[in-house]
Structures are given as C-alpha cells and as structure tokens.
Ligand binder design. Sequence first.
Ligand code: PCA
Length: 213
Amino acid sequence: MKTILITGFEPYAGMPLNPALEAVRILNGTELQGLGVIRTVTVPVVHTKSIATVTSAICDYEPDAVLMIGLAPGRIGIMPERVAINVDDFRLVDNEGNQVVDEPVVEGGPAAYFTTLPIKTIVQEMRQAGIPASVSNSAGTFVCNHLFYGVMHELRNQDVRAGFIHVPLLPEQAVKCDEPSMALEQIVKGLTICARTVLEHQKDIALPAGEIA
Ligand code: PCA
C-alpha cells in the first residue's frame, strides 16, 4: 500500500480559516481504493518553520508522493502549480510577523524547480469529474512558493514525487470580497482525485495549458 502525504496551511492574513487545512483535516486517513492511504500534516504559515514541518513529516511517513495545499484567493478552480521559484518576496507578513523581500529560499539553489506531479492529467481528471481546474504557472512569492521550492530542493535526489496545489476561497469567505469560490465538499473531492491520479499515473499527458499570465 502506498502512502501519499497531503499538507495543509493554517489560516493566515487574519482569516478565521484556511480551506486548504479544512480539506486536509477531512482527507486524513482516506484510503484510495487499494492504491494507497492519505496521511496529512498541518503547516504553519511561517517561512522559518514551514519547510522543516513538511520534511519532518516526510521522514515520519516515508510517502511515495507529497501534495502541498494552500489557499490562493481569486483562483477560479483547483490549480496545480507548474513551477517553484527561488525567491521570497512577501506581499504580507507571515504568521510570526516576518516580511521577507527579495531573498532566495535557498542560498545558491537553482532558479526554479518544476513540479514532479502529472499536473495535466490531474487537471483533466478533475474536469472530467465536473470540478473547475487548470494549470497555474505561478505559485506567487509568499509562503506557498517558499514551501514548494524548499521541499522540491530537499527531495531533489530522492524518488518522491511532489508538487503544490492552490485552492480557491470557500463560499462563506468569498461573499465578503466578491471573489470566486468553491464548496469544501468539492475541494475535498478534487484533492482526492489529485491524490488518486498521482498514484495511478507516473507519466503526464500532453495537454495544452500555457497562459500569458
Ligand atoms: N496561501 C498562502 C500562504 C498560505 C496559504 O494557504 C500563499 O499562497 O502563499
């Protein structure tokens, strides 16, 4: 039986909840029809703690794959990220008041790491299940990108596939700011499809997903 580790960020920016964490709490322990089991970990939105929290969970669970989940307000669907870049440029303070500007995530590290998840297949499978999904070409430069880059760097010589997926706001959060949203049940269903697809597909498909933004 394979193990897939799914990580979820705590609330941040004064929000009372983070849909990533709400979804991850529900997913903990889910069995994927004989393919594997989901294990989860909660990640602080603190740049000095986020990477270590996930690398320690990787040591504990020895997963076959790692899916890191975070919130991106304004996104219109579940969006697997293509690339992590080696820069912190925080538009907000993190949960311990740090605002890092124009510093590398890893001093001397490569400019970027690509996801090792089959993101096109993931998008296709979610769409076929009726869930809005698309590839994102930027995970931003806040703690989500920081964690994504840091974990890809830690895993660079290991046979563990990993990547980051952003989710939209919940409807109750979105009404206040007129942003797109997705119900928690749909986010949970979508992330379950992501986990299953990663365990079922080693290779990705060629689906056009380039965007100018
Ligand atoms: N989203 C933020 C950090 C935590 C989260 O869920 C981001 O996109 O960087």
